[in-house]
Design a protein around this ligand. Structure first.
Ligand SMILES: Cc1cc2nc3c(=O)[nH]c(=O)nc-3n(C[C@H](O)[C@H](O)[C@H](O)COP(=O)(O)OP(=O)(O)OC[C@H]3O[C@@H](n4cnc5c(N)ncnc54)[C@H](O)[C@@H]3O)c2cc1C
Length: 392
């Protein structure tokens, strides 16, 4: 593992820092809706025009063609500069685009990848269904081949940002006679096609992150299949390896910033006894432990990136980072509520970057992209080599 920083990387960090300090939007990210979408599209276009989109994406598709180490430097500086959350751009940038890079045809890559980087295409992920979340291979949304189209009928659920999306990573069953991991197909779904109905679901923080999506005889051209018909499980595993591997890297690094901010707050806010909170041993030791956990997470992120720089896709080791992150972020945000005390109840539903919002969102961090139990199974089986889960 190589963790020293080269002169070029130092220079790169300086350039990133300067550009971000001059360009990061001053306004807060609006809550999910058309304004949120317009805000992020404009910001993404600005990054693209400045040459800062897709740091580790190939140059021929609009990226910078640099390594994951430069990508991490970008994330670190982005967090430091207070850049907005990726919001509705998350799927396209963090796992939709990366899946296309490793699995799509040349025509598909040329059409979609530059448009994702320019903020012209918003993507969502249509994998989970009622009854097929952890057991993803049990999905039932049906695709029947009819000439040069696939006709799709069925339902997806928990589809983040579907109400704003232009395209979807859509996983469907094209051959019900095959065993459940076979006969699946990964297809690029155009969200504007006739027969698609999107119904947003309100989340605990009052926002509409997730949706139900219904498909009624939706005709998708066969040329939108990624890989081959029937090869969907293999393509979906690529998507999940990015989703569970590198997609949270930005959030993992952001946590270092959050814990420092929390310690600063605890040094200023007073408890009921009139002393600043950090003088309370229980609070100080809790924050110290969290800071240690966050530092460990950051080091593990670097280690994974260093290993990942030599392979096409993140390996299953990325899952222990997702597992650890999902649980640590919950502990950090719970501590934030205690430091804020009664002020945490002053909840502004429109300020989605506020601590209380972030706290409420962390309930999902041990569910979305695979629950903690599923992540433990993956770490047990594929990293530690323990016997397989007999139910899978
Ligand atoms: C904020 C958020 C965003 C999401 N966004 C998307 C999205 O954009 N697209 C998408 O397709 N999906 C999305 N999801 C869905 C997510 O992938 C599923 O919720 C997740 O995979 C769990 O599936 P489930 O909800 O059906 O729960 P279930 O699979 O029914 O699980 C219920 C419980 O049983 C446990 N369990 C199940 N199987 C096992 C096992 N084999 N061993 C041990 N325990 C087990 C689980 O850990 C869990 O505690 C999102 C979810 C959230 C919370």
């Amino acid at each position: 593992m190589q963790l020293t920083v080269s002169a070029e990387e130092k220079q790169f960090r300086e350039e990133v820092r300067t550009w971000l300090s001059e360009n990061v939007p001053k306004d807060r990210l609006p809550p999910i809706g058309e304004e949120h979408k317009a805000f992020l599209k404009e910001w993404q276009k600005k990054q693209f025009d400045g040459g800062w989109a897709g740091i580790d994406w190939p140059r021929e598709y609009g990226g910078r063609g640099l390594s994951i180490i430069e990508q991490i430097i970008w994330f670190e500086e982005y967090v430091r500069a207070g850049g907005p959350d990726s919001g509705c751009l998350f799927v396209g940038l963090k796992h939709g685009g990366p899946t296309l890079i490793v699995r799509a045809s040349e025509e598909q890559k040329r059409f979609h990848l530059p448009a994702i980087l320019k903020g012209e295409q918003i993507w969502c992920q249509g994998f989970s269904e009622p009854g097929a979340g952890s057991d993803l291979a049990g999905l039932r949304t049906r695709g029947v081949i009819d000439g040069d189209h696939i006709v799709v009928n069925g339902q997806k659920i928990w589809t983040s940002y579907a109400q704003l999306a232009d395209y979807q990573e859509l996983l469907i069953r094209t051959d019900p006679e095959m065993s459940k991991h076979r006969g699946l197909t990964w297809v690029i779904g155009d969200m504007s096609l006739p027969g698609i109905t999107v119904r947003p679901i309100q989340s605990i923080d009052g926002e509409y992150h997730n949706c139900e999506v219904f498909y009624d005889n939706v005709r998708i051209r066969l040329k939108n299949v990624v890989g081959q018909v029937g090869e969907g499980w293999r393509v979906a595993m690529s998507t999940l390896s990015f989703e569970r591997g590198t997609s949270f890297m930005h959030f993992q690094l952001e946590l270092s910033h959050a814990i420092d901010e929390l310690i600063r707050m605890a040094g200023e806010r007073k408890g009921r006894d009139g002393r600043v909170l950090i003088k309370d041993d229980a609070i100080a030791s809790r924050l110290a432990r969290l800071r240690g956990e966050v530092a460990a997470l950051r080091s593990m992120t670097y280690m994974a990136a260093s290993r990942g720089s030599r392979q096409e896709m993140p390996g299953p080791e990325g899952t222990y980072l997702a597992l650890f992150y999902g649980e640590v972020v919950q502990r950090v945000m719970a501590a934030a509520m205690d430091v804020l005390g009664p002020d945490s109840l002053m909840f502004d539903a429109h300020d989605c970057e506020a601590w209380t919002h972030r706290y409420l969102r962390t309930f999902a961090s041990t569910i979305g992209g695979g629950t903690s139990e599923i992540r433990r199974n993956i770490v047990g089986e594929r990293v530690l080599g323990l016997p397989r889960d007999s139910r899978a």
